[in-house]
Ligand binder design. Structure first.
Ligand SMILES: Cc1ncc(COP(=O)(O)O)c(C=O)c1O
Length: 387
């Protein structure tokens, strides 16, 4: 077969670390604490509502901007939680997941030559999604081990080509959350500039120890230049549904929708109708911090090996561990999978240059029995052999 020549737009992309570790886990029958998805059932009430929506005939194209009632319910939630009266008509669009809410915003506004600042370690879709637009991805490494944002370095990285700053709080993989001081720094930095903000808040409700999620939506001065991405699949234990939403001021949302209508047009109607009913009970999201905090604390109490030292986890459903040098994080993650029976993710995979601070990420969105078994394997491992 002769092939037509193409100039790849994303050449040399490695296989995703999540695919690699999940395959390795399957090969060795290991417990998979690598990829970020729950192994417990989602709420049967939500399943019933979606089933009912299907039986009630919501099976044709939904409105391109999203099922109106779902947008209204989300606007109400945003007003209550963040004090921002966003318009469901002009400022919210339902998307096929958080990844799409991010990529569609990038495609809508970036042009070749623009620069986008983002913080590493970062979620793996950011760099390809920036680069496919012809813009330049400019990583700023978070301080280690605090994973705090180094604002002085951000200041130095800004130049006239800087078009956007991307944020992610609660953060995957570090488990950190934005502080009030971060928001102040950001405000000072972008004031009187043309810099946009893209805030990835897919773990919105997963904030622990009584702390509050500081959304960009709660800061009018920042929101006026921002796209904010959310995921319903992530927080309601149905990642496979790939349903989320984007919130932005009307002038930015207009650009977002111009692209959205030709990218996907609309999102699964039954899922949206079911979600619109479900979200009318605030308890379904207000109960999430305690639900996930219990899992974090349970795993940490079960894990007794001094080899893995937990870093603070304030939000998301990821817990990071440092370990004594002796091997790289990628090697250790592979050996833990094949020899100890627990798959984790090496955090070096979240850096373009594979910076290896000897950190592993564990997803604790799992049943207690899974977490307990995994902790047991990790407690019994002979780390002198693994190094
Ligand atoms: C930081 C971050 N952003 C976005 C996403 C994607 O969300 P969705 O599955 O809704 O596309 C994920 C999923 O793991 C994530 O961790």
């Amino acid at each position: 077969m002769s092939k037509v020549q193409i100039n790849s737009k994303l050449p040399d992309l490695p296989v995703s670390i999540f695919t690699h570790m999940s395959q390795l886990a399957a090969e060795h029958g290991a417990i998979n604490l690598g990829q970020g998805f729950p192994d417990f059932p989602m709420d049967a009430r939500l399943q019933d509502l979606v089933y009912k929506a299907m039986r009630d005939g919501f099976n044709q194209y939904a409105h391109s901007n999203g099922y109106p009632l779902l947008r209204e319910v989300i606007a109400e939630k945003i007003k209550t939680l963040y004090g921002n009266p966003v318009s469901p008509d002009t400022e919210i669009t339902i998307t096929p997941g958080g990844t799409y809410a991010i990529s569609n915003a990038l495609t809508a506004v970036l042009r070749p030559g623009d620069e986008v600042l983002f913080f590493e370690p970062c979620f793996d879709s950011y760099i390809p999604n920036i680069e496919i637009t012809g813009a330049k991805a400019v990583p700023v490494p978070l301080d280690f081990p605090s994973y705090a944002i180094p604002w002085e370095k951000v200041r130095q990285a800004i130049n006239p080509k800087t078009r956007m700053i991307m944020l992610n709080s609660p953060n995957n993989p570090t488990g950190t959350i934005l502080t009030r001081a971060d928001l102040q720094e950001l405000k000072h930095l972008v004031r009187d500039t043309n810099i946009l903000i893209l805030s990835d808040e897919v773990y919105e409700h997963l904030v622990f120890d009584g702390e509050k999620h500081l959304s960009i939506l709660s800061e009018p001065e920042l929101f006026e230049r921002s796209f904010v991405a959310f995921s319903l699949g992530k927080v309601f234990h149905c990642t496979g549904w790939k349903t989320g939403y984007s919130v932005a001021p009307a002038y930015l949302m207009k650009e977002f929708r111009n692209h959205h209508q030709f990218n996907v047009f609309s999102v699964g109607s039954t899922l949206q109708v079911g979600m619109a009913q479900y979200l009318q009970d605030p308890e379904v999201y207000l109960s999430l911090p305690a639900f996930f905090q219990k899992k974090r604390d349970f795993f940490l109490s079960e894990l007794r090996t001094p080899f893995l030292k937990p870093l603070p986890c304030r939000g998301s459903y990821f817990q990071c561990f440092t370990f004594e040098a002796g091997t790289g994080d990628f090697d250790l993650a592979e050996k833990l999978t094949s020899e100890t029976g627990v798959a984790t993710i090496p955090v070096s995979a979240f850096y373009r240059d594979r910076t290896d601070n000897r950190v592993l990420r564990v997803c604790f969105a799992k049943k207690e029995e899974t977490l307990s078994q995994a902790a047991d394997h990790l407690n019994r491992a002979d780390y002198s052999k693994l190094k």
